[in-house]
Design a binder for this molecule. Structure first.
Ligand SMILES: Nc1ncnc2c1ncn2[C@@H]1O[C@H](COP(=O)(O)OP(=O)(O)O)[C@@H](O)[C@H]1O
Ligand SMILES: [Mg+2]
Length: 295
């Protein structure tokens, strides 16, 4: 069973055919990047997976369960993700589980039980903040943090819900280059956590689908890169997945060697971003063929 299974998804707004026959399986513990021309439908696809905007056609499953509305199984962080200004970083992160696992009557009438649960949520929040490198900022308010720090809190806030899959929609787009690199490293550290969990025979905890317009970022942080594009043989019907291949795996302590990515970057550019290159849509979709063993 896949963490995410998108089956024959198509979507349109009036006469504007946006998505056509999108099929995508993501295994638990995969860190996947998605790139595509601006306006091709990446956010539309993420909203369908999130469950807030179901597709016109097709089915989406998270861990085998059909998505027909937002649930805690799918999390999302956007570029301009907003935190609660009146809560510290720690309380921002603990807020989601608190809402999900309690109700006002419980909080009022079962106060001791509520206090124990509250302590657990805060401890989980602290652990997550450590994971995203914010252990020393846990008691700061959003107004006391940089944009990069706030975006880390937002990611911790999503991770604390233990989603089956976490969607990141251009999450670092508004950040300066240095901050962006720090956050890329943070994603690599989550991938490293997956690797260690697998090595120990356990379940890798983080499954991530990251949309970015930066090809180097996609190739650097993800182990698999997907291209969504309207530039294919049947492009009039909408954008679909025209590229799906493994990409080099970097460890957090390894140098970011952009040169090593050169060949695949050019291939991506040709397959996904070139309006003249109208090949059959599955010409470069080979991930599962190349990795039959990982199915
Ligand atoms: N709510 C909407 N109503 C009408 N058209 C929309 C809506 N949302 C997105 N679109 C259109 O769908 C297409 C894909 O948009 P989007 O998914 O935001 O692209 P991307 O995230 O790849 O840049 C665009 O042509 C956009 O104008
Ligand atoms: Mg978008």
């Amino acid at each position: 069973m896949h963490a995410l299974d998108v089956q024959k998804v198509s979507h349109w707004f009036g006469a504007n055919r946006v998505l056509w026959d999108v099929n995508l399986q993501v295994a638990a513990g995969q860190i996947v990047a998605m790139v595509g021309p601006s306006g091709c439908g990446k956010s539309t696809l993420l909203r369908a997976i999130l469950g807030t905007h179901p597709p016109r056609e097709g089915v989406i499953l998270a861990d085998g369960i059909r998505i027909d509305g937002p649930t805690r199984h799918v999390g999302i962080v956007y570029q301009d993700y907003a935190l609660y200004d009146f809560l510290t970083a720690r309380k921002n992160v603990a807020f989601g589980p608190m809402l999900d696992e309690t109700n006002p009557a419980f909080r009022l009438f079962r106060f001791p039980a509520w206090r124990r649960l509250r302590r657990r949520h805060l401890a989980e929040a602290t652990a997550l903040l450590e994971k995203v490198g914010l252990e020393r900022a846990a008691d700061r308010y959003p107004s006391e943090m940089s944009g990069g720090m706030r975006q880390r809190v937002a990611i911790a806030q999503a991770l604390v819900m233990r989603p089956k899959i976490l969607l990141l929609d251009e999450p670092f787009g508004a950040l300066d280059e240095a901050t962006r690199e720090e956050l890329q490293l943070m994603i690599l550290s989550l991938a490293e956590e997956n690797r260690l969990a697998r090595q120990a025979g356990g379940q890798p905890p983080h499954t991530i689908l990251l949309v970015t317009h930066e090809l180097n970022e996609a190739l650097y942080v993800a182990e698999r890169v997907i291209g969504l594009s309207q530039f294919h043989e049947d492009g009039a019907r909408g954008a679909t997945i025209v590229y799906d291949k493994a990409s080099p795996v970097f460890r957090p302590d390894q140098a970011k060697d952009v040169e090593a990515l050169h060949k695949q970057r050019e291939e991506l550019r040709a397959a996904v971003f070139d309006p003249e290159n109208l090949k059959k849509h599955d010409r470069y979709v080979t991930f599962w063929k190349d990795h039959a063993d990982k199915r």
